[in-house]
Design a protein around this ligand. Structure first.
Ligand code: NAD
Ligand code: IPM
Ligand code: MN
Length: 358
């Protein structure tokens, strides 16, 4: 198959983990005879430095002509005091909105060999396999903003249409998984949450195979780490989903292993790690590339329908952990760890080893 992919490395560890992910993508292309055509473009701080714009028109044009986008991360202290329009994060928010990527899928799966890296007890973290479905193009992130020296506001606004489409997506996913949906809101306080809850209640009639529960976000923040095994699909708004997904990384042992897909109703999508640009370790070559590599797997699955290839990557990552190879974020003091490139070499060797004919 021929596919065009726009690659946006971004800032901090973004370029490092994306270089690793692209190596894996190329190996899959070679092994399965796919023609992956990669084009690179600027976003975030890197784009501000070069073009004085966190999402240049040229980047948008390239993305429009491609089948999927692979993104590293944006942001860093260099741009933290910039005005809102010239912040790296603005580039990320604008690309999500421009392409209407309303459904952010953030799977949280415990790798058996990483259970020691999690601060949670083994019996709590093991077998966890949940999916956070985060609304990505609405809510308080995109409502009107005002700021004076004395006052600031961010409007939290959701339309029925915006809620319906993300809730439908979550029900569809739950149907294909274990059939359990947990909708997370703050309906005891927020009007947006009360509309959200009402719509989930209306929708559930259409999905008789799915069992639904509603939970308040403060309570779920606690239950997600005390009893994560309870959850299958968790659907929530933009802000709550952001917070709960970083929290869930504790279950797996590191934020460095969580991938994500930002999709809409056709096959186009943007794929990026859940983590950020981790400025304090940027340039060291120690970042964990697993989240970026697993984001490539999500791209193959959701945008290109390449299930076998996606599973090949996921299995290789799991096997490398099982062989006892870890990056720095997953080891305790002074234990041996591999660099970003060394760990990626192991993943590639695993994939290659499946193709050796004797
Ligand atoms: P972060 O996710 O960058 O880092 C949080 C912690 O996790 C740090 O200790 C970091 O070292 C560690 N970490 C993250 N990814 C890792 C990896 N792959 N390997 C090893 N360790 C890893 O969050 P932050 O420090 O709050 O934010 C830094 C910058 O990133 C900010 O400018 C923020 O706006 C931006 N950010 C961007 C995105 C994105 O582009 N999608 C996401 C989150 C944060
Ligand atoms: C994420 C990030 C972004 C978000 C920031 C960098 C705008 O934290 O992708 O989780 O809040 O959505
Ligand atoms: Mn986040």
């Amino acid at each position: 198959m021929e596919k065009k992919i726009t690659v946006l490395p971004g800032d901090g560890i973004g370029p490092e983990v994306i270089a690793a992910a692209v190596r894996v993508l190329k190996v899959i292309g070679k092994r399965y005879n796919h023609d992956f055509q990669l084009g690179y473009a600027a976003i975030g701080g890197a784009a501000i430095d070069q073009f004085h714009n966190p999402l240049p028109e040229k980047t948008i044009e390239m993305c429009k002509e491609s089948d999927a986008i692979l993104l590293g991360a944006v942001g860093g202290p260099k741009w933290d005091n910039n005005p809102a329009e010239l912040r790296p994060e603005k580039g990320l928010l604008t690309i999500r909105k421009t392409f209407d990527l309303f459904a952010n899928l953030r799977p949280v799966k415990a790798f058996p060999s990483l259970l020691n890296a999690s601060p949670l007890k083994r019996e709590v973290a093991e077998n966890v396999d949940l999916m956070i479905v985060r609304e990505l193009t609405g809510g308080i992130y995109f409502g009107e903003k005002h700021r004076t020296e004395e006052e600031a506001t961010d409007l939290n606004i959701y339309s029925r249409h915006e809620i319906e489409r993300i809730v439908d997506k979550a029900f569809e996913l739950a149907k294909l998984r274990k059939g359990r949906l947990c909708s997370v809101d703050k309906a005891n306080v927020l009007e947006t949450s009360r509309l959200w809850r009402q719509i989930v209640e209306e929708k559930k009639e259409q999905y008789p195979d799915v069992t639904v529960e509603h939970n308040l976000v403060d309570s779920v923040a606690m239950k997600l780490i005390t009893n994560p095994g309870h959850y299958d699909v968790v659907v929530t708004d933009n802000m709550f989903g952001d917070i709960l997904s970083d929290e869930s990384s504790v279950i797996t042992g590191s934020l460095g292993v969580l991938p994500s897909a930002s999709i809409r109703s056709d096959h186009f999508g943007l794929y990026e790690p859940v983590h950020g640009s981790a400025p304090e370790i940027a340039g060291e070559g120690t970042a964990n590339p697993a989240a970026a590599i697993l984001s490539v797997a999500m791209m193959l699955r959701y945008s290109f329908g390449m299930t076998v290839e996606a599973e090949e990557i996921e299995k290789a990552v799991n096997d490398v952990f099982n062989d006892g190879y870890y990056t720095a974020d997953l080891v305790k003091n002074n234990e041996h760890f591999l660099t970003t490139d060394e760990w990626t070499d192991k993943v590639i060797a695993k994939i290659d080893s499946n193709f050796v004919i004797d």
